[in-house]
Write a protein that binds this ligand. Structure first.
Ligand SMILES: *Cc1c(COP(=O)(O)O)cnc(C)c1O
Length: 420
């Protein structure tokens, strides 16, 4: 930042010109935790503040017409807190660039908006409900059409429309059945046809999976979940390497204006600094709960990529850090939909609520909550049965979560018509 010396309205310079900013860890050579704490966390050049101030100003002064004093002009285009957050996410996703948006949904919308009318998209079937809604009800309005497939690794070649297919959309793990996609396998086919691959990495966070390392072109997150991690910010982010994507998506970020506030960027950056600790703890807790569920006579099946019984465990071992399963799991309870609902009313630690990835554990019934908007046949074809319960394990103590789940499940499954 260059400070002017000639404007009469400016206060005298502080120590901006003399403060030595200590070197910050550059990204590639340090491990994840070090980068999470330091990437984008610059010492304030004027005060030496170790934690950046929240820059609430919407506009930035110019010393002469068209010559901003610093690097900022107007907060929608760029502001210090958003820059810090984007720099941190880029470092953690092994990306050159990251762009933050006002929600995960806005991020999805902007990636789709970047496609020309007439473009075709191939998507995995069991995507996030809001993503499904955008693909089916909004994208078509500007001439972008989406084909869904439950087996993208097998079907992709046949679904590609030469000249029209521009994007492949993957969610791995999928929501809420925790199915995995071999990103490398899909990306290598897509790239032969010049098609971009997007991975929604919300369920694992950059600590457990870095899709760009497996060949994806864009990784997107609902920051609302693990990255912020405290259930108090709605935000999204996209990270990528290509300079042409940077130009197109930056243009849309400013032109559409679906941007996060400086305060939300500051909070999400603060949350991001402990992501590695939270993701490890959530994985430990989910593993404990998944094993207990697998051993329960009241459970039909458990979906958790950290278990050896997961049908795509080999992909988890290849794609996830140390084969970690993350904090999300789902299971089918004995006793049908009623038992699933009763389970969610009987937990004492798990809170009955939508969303995921926060410090607190949550439970929900996808067929009547997050996935209620998807027609029943389509839902069941994707494994989202009425008796499916989804859990987001937080960072409480594993023993308490396990006891809570086992107690609630027994109450729920045994109180149906007096039988089990
Ligand atoms: C929540 C979520 C979204 C949407 O993000 P918002 O921040 O709620 O708009 C997208 N994808 C996945 C996998 C999600 O869980």
């Amino acid at each position: 930042m260059t400070l002017p010396t000639h404007s009469p309205r400016l206060p005298p310079l502080l120590h901006a010109d003399v403060v030595q900013t200590p070197p910050r860890p550059p990204s590639p050579e340090h491990q994840f935790g070090t980068r999470a704490v330091h990437a984008g966390a610059h010492i304030d050049p004027t005060t030496g503040a170790v934690i950046a101030p929240i820059s609430l100003s919407t506009t930035f002064a110019q010393s002469s017409v068209g010559n901003p004093i610093g690097i900022y002009e107007y907060t929608r285009s760029a502001n210090p807190n958003r820059d810090h957050f984007e720099e941190a996410v880029a470092a953690l996703e092994h990306a050159r660039f990251a762009l933050a948006f006002s929600s995960g949904s806005a991020t999805t919308a902007i990636v789709l908006q970047s496609l020309a009318a007439g473009s075709h998209v191939i998507s995995v079937s069991d995507v996030y409900g809001g993503t499904h809604r955008y693909f089916t009800k909004v994208a078509a309005a500007h001439g972008v059409h989406v084909t869904f497939t439950p087996a993208i690794e097998v079907d992709i070649e046949g679904l590609i429309k030469p000249n029209d297919t521009k994007l492949i959309w993957i969610e791995s793990p999928s929501n809420p059945t925790l199915g995995l996609v071999d990103i490398r396998k899909v990306a290598s086919i897509a790239h032969r046809h010049g098609i971009l691959v997007v991975v929604d990495n919300t369920f694992l966070s950059p600590y457990i999976q870095n899709p760009l390392d497996h060949g994806a072109d864009i990784v997107v997150h609902s920051v609302t979940k693990y990255i912020n991690g405290h259930s108090d910010v709605l935000m999204g982010v996209a990270a990528f390497n290509a300079i042409d994507l940077k130009e197109r998506l930056t243009f849309l970020q400013n032109a559409i204006g679906a941007v996060p506030s400086a305060f939300d960027c500051w909070l999400a950056h603060r949350g991001l600094k402990t992501l590695h600790l939270r993701a490890r703890e959530a994985t430990k807790n989910a593993t404990t709960v998944a094993k207990a569920l697998e051993a329960s006579p009241f459970v039909k099946s458990v979906n958790y990529p950290g278990l050896d019984s997961h049908p795509q465990r080999a992909i988890a071992v290849k794609q996830h850090r140390d084969g970690m399963g993350g904090g999300m799991l789902s299971f089918r309870i004995q006793g049908g939909h009623e038992a699933a609902e009763r389970f969610c009313q009987n937990t004492r630690v798990f809170v009955l609520a939508e969303s995921l990835g926060g410090i607190e554990s949550l439970c929900e019934v996808p067929s009547s909550m997050t996935h209620a908007g998807i027609p029943k046949e389509q839902r069941e074809a994707a494994g989202v049965y009425d008796d499916l319960v989804r859990l987001s394990c937080g960072i409480e103590d594993a023993a308490d979560l396990k006891a809570d789940v086992l107690k609630a499940i027994e109450k729920a499954a045994t109180s149906i018509n007096g039988s089990k």
